[in-house]
Design a protein around this ligand. Structure first.
Ligand code: SF4
Length: 372
C-alpha cells in the first residue's frame, strides 16, 4: 500500500490570552498584569487587530479563552471581548472560558451563555481558605461552591477545576479533602498540576520550594485511584475527565495539531512554525505581536509528536504516524516497545501504543528511548 504523508494539516483551535487579573497570586508566572481599564480597552483593540490580520479558516473546532483572568474585565469590556470572538465561534464544538470563582458573576455567565460558551474552567487550586489567603488568592471555598452551582443552574454542563499539587500547606490529607470536595460538587474535569517555582515570583523570593518528587508521586497515585473510583478517566498525565468530557481544545495540543495563539504571551503553531507572542503589553498594544518563531523541521516534529501524544491515554496511533511521517512506528521501534511493554510502562494494541499510569510517571525516560 502506498504510504501517504500528511503535509498541511488544518488549523483547528484558537487560544486567546486575556492578561489581566484583579490581584496577582504569589506563585504565578503566566503573562499577566494588574487590571487597569484603560490598558484593557487598548488591549481589546490590539487583540481584534491581531485576530483580523490572520486569515482564520472555517476549520476551527475549539476556542479557549485563558489568562490572566478573562472574567476580571468589566462587564462592558467582557461583552466587547465576546463580540470580537463571535465571528470565529459560531460553529465550534467546544468554547471555554477560564474564570476565577470570585469573578464568575451571573451577568458574565449569562453573557457567555448568549455567545455560545459551553465550558468553564475554574482556578480553584485548593479548597482550604487559609492556604488560599496565604498564596494571595482572593476566593474562598464558598465562592467555588457558589460559582459552580450558579453555572450549573444556568445550563453549563462542562466544568473544569484546577488544583495545584504541592502548594505550601497542602499535604496528602488536604489534597484528599480537595479532591473529595470537587467530586462532591460534581465537576466534569479536574486538572492537577505540580507546583513549579519560577524566578520572579513571590514564591521564589520567599524561598518556597517545589514539592519533593515522592510527595508529588504519592498525591498523583492517590488522585489516580480516587478519581477512577469516582468515574473519571485519566486521559492525560495531569488531567482527569468524566467520559466524554475530555478537553477537546487541549487535545489539539497533545495531538500536535495546529492552532492559533492570540494575545500577549500566547503561543501558536501554524504552517510548520511555532511562535510565541511578546509578553510586553506596550509592544503588543502597538501591534508588535510576535516575539519568537521556530521553524519546525520534520525531525523536530517527530519529537514533538512523540512527547505530546505519549502524554495521553490515546498514545501513538500507528496509522496516524504513517499518515504524518510516512514511517511505520511499530516496525521502527519494535524492540524498545516490547521491552517497555514487559516493564509495564506501555500497552501495545493492534493499532496503537500508549503509556500505562506508571509509564506516564516516567515519560521522559520513555520518550528518550523511543526517540533514539
Ligand atoms: S494564577 Fe491566575 S489569577 Fe493568579 S495571577 Fe496568575 S493568572 Fe492571575
Amino acid at each position: 500500500m502506498p504510504i501517504k504523508r500528511k503535509i498541511n494539516r488544518p488549523v483547528t483551535a484558537i487560544y486567546i490570552h486575556i492578561p489581566f487579573c484583579q490581584h496577582l497570586c504569589d506563585y504565578c508566572d503566566f503573562p499577566k498584569l494588574q487590571y487597569f481599564r484603560l490598558f484593557a480597552e487598548k488591549y481589546l483593540s490590539a487583540l481584534s487587530r491581531e485576530m483580523e490580520s490572520y486569515n482564520v479558516p472555517n476549520t476551527i473546532e475549539t476556542i479557549y479563552v485563558g489568562g490572566g483572568t478573562p472574567t476580571a474585565l468589566d462587564d462592558d469590556l467582557f461583552l466587547e471581548l465576546l463580540e470580537i470572538i463571535k465571528p470565529y465561534s459560531s460553529i465550534v464544538k467546544e468554547y471555554t472560558f477560564e474564570a476565577n470563582p470570585e469573578s464568575l458573576s451571573k451577568e458574565k455567565l449569562q453573557m457567555m451563555k448568549d455567545y455560545g460558551v459551553n465550558r468553564i474552567s475554574l482556578g480553584v487550586q485548593t479548597t482550604n481558605d487559609e492556604i488560599l489567603k496565604k498564596i494571595n488568592r482572593k476566593h474562598t471555598y464558598d465562592d467555588v461552591k457558589t460559582a459552580i452551582s450558579t453555572a450549573r443552574k444556568m445550563g453549563f454542563d462542562n466544568i473544569n477545576t484546577d488544583l495545584i499539587i504541592g502548594l505550601p500547606g497542602v499535604g496528602k490529607e488536604q489534597f484528599q479533602k480537595d479532591l473529595d470536595n470537587l467530586v462532591d460538587l460534581g465537576v466534569d474535569h479536574i486538572s492537577c498540576y505540580s507546583l513549579t517555582v519560577h524566578p520572579n515570583t513571590m514564591f521564589f523570593i520567599k524561598g518556597i520550594s517545589e514539592p519533593k518528587e515522592e510527595l508529588s508521586r504519592d498525591l498523583y497515585d492517590y488522585a489516580e485511584k480516587f478519581l477512577k473510583e469516582n468515574g473519571f478517566v485519566h486521559y492525560e498525565i495531569s488531567n482527569w475527565a468524566k467520559p466524554g468530557r475530555e478537553s477537546l481544545h487541549n487535545l489539539t495540543y497533545w495531538k500536535d495539531e495546529h492552532y492559533y495563539g492570540f494575545g500577549m504571551g500566547a503561543a501558536g503553531y501554524i504552517q510548520e512554525t511555532r511562535y510565541t507572542n511578546t509578553r510586553s503589553i506596550s509592544k503588543y498594544n502597538a501591534g508588535k505581536c510576535i516575539d519568537e518563531e521556530e521553524h519546525v523541521t520534520r525531525e523536530d516534529d517527530k519529537l514533538y509528536y512523540l512527547m505530546l501524544n505519549l502524554r495521553t491515554n490515546r498514545g501513538i496511533e500507528f496509522n496516524d504516524y504513517i499518515y504524518r511521517f510516512g514511517i511505520n512506528f511499530l516496525e521502527a521501534h519494535k524492540d524498545t516497545i516490547s521491552r517497555l511493554v514487559s516493564q509495564g510502562l506501555l500497552v501495545l494494541e493492534e493499532d496503537r501504543v500508549y503509556p500505562t499510569y506508571d509509564g506516564m510517571m516516567v515519560l521522559d525516560q520513555i520518550i528518550m528511548e523511543l526517540s533514539e
